[in-house]
Design a protein around this ligand. Structure first.
Ligand code: ADP
Ligand code: ADP
Length: 229
């Protein structure tokens, strides 16, 4: 069973701009892959169709074999529980501590306090943020802030994590560190889809790469073919 499938998906924004054109691919459970391409190629749009920030104009997006076209109304938040999202600008609550930011998805699920504490501390520990749980996001470095964003996205153990330019604001060393973190997630059963325009960084990760070009899926490169790409 695939965790994600795009079947001939096109997306045309109001006003006529075609952001995605007839895109098809499939993601297996526990797979990590990248989507790359120039600015405006359609990377953000592709991710937005997965967490239902946008809807396709044609074709179907299937999540765990479920057609997202049928996920409407009250089912949208339920779907979003199964997809962790990491943004470039991390979107943390600046008046809440690191702990509270990461706990939020679990509170929304109605989890018991004791269980929340355990889960949050475990994920903060794993991401090297164990000593920072009481800090406010503004007291953290850029790399730490992004790690809190990742902690919040994975704390509820989503089937799929999508990240939109997660290293866009970071220097090369921190970018490599964040990418290594993403690489460790598939071992835990979460599939990972990362959008990045940084082809050099993407190639060094030695994972499958989808290449978008003006909204078309121009290439779907297996890790072993990356060297020639
Ligand atoms: P990328 O993430 O690769 O930079 P995007 O998915 O953000 O690409 O954008 C793809 C194209 O769709 C761009 O030309 C962009 O201007 C256009 N676009 C994105 N969002 C919208 C929108 N809400 N309305 C109209 N056009 C949009
Ligand atoms: P990104 O490349 O990360 O998508 P952008 O600056 O292109 O960043 O887009 C920022 C936001 O504006 C996104 O939510 C995108 O959907 C929206 N957007 C992008 N292009 C357009 C557009 N031509 N018209 C309306 N909204 C747009």
């Amino acid at each position: 069973m695939s965790v994600l499938r795009f079947d001939n998906v096109s997306k045309q924004y109001p006003g006529g701009h075609v952001a995605l054109s007839d895109v098809s691919f499939e993601v297996e459970p526990g797979e990590m892959l990248f989507v790359t391409g120039h600015s405006g190629a359609g990377k953000s749009t592709l991710l937005k169709l997965i967490h239902l920030a946008e809807r396709p104009s044609r074709g179907a997006v299937l999540f765990a074999e479920r057609n997202l076209l049928k996920v409407r109304g009250r089912r949208v938040p339920l779907h979003r529980r199964e997809v962790g999202v990491v943004f470039q600008d991390h979107r943390l609550l600046t008046d809440r501590s690191v702990f509270e930011n990461v706990a939020l998805p679990l509170i929304l699920r109605g989890m018991r306090r004791g269980e929340i504490g355990k889960r949050v501390r475990s994920v903060l520990e794993r991401l090297g943020l164990g000593a920072r749980e009481r800090a406010l996001p503004t007291q953290l470095s850029a790399g730490e802030q992004q790690r809190v964003g990742i902690a919040r996205a994975v704390v509820a153990e989503p089937r799929l994590l999508v990240a939109d330019e997660p290293t866009g604001n970071l220097d090369p060393a921190l970018s490599a560190e964040i990418m290594a973190l993403f690489s460790s997630l598939p071992e835990r059963g979460t599939s990972v889809l990362v959008a990045s325009h940084d082809l050099g960084l993407v190639k060094r990760m030695k994972r499958r790469v989808l290449v978008l070009d003006h909204g078309q899926l121009a290439d779907d490169i297996a890790p072993e073919d990356l060297a020639d790409a």
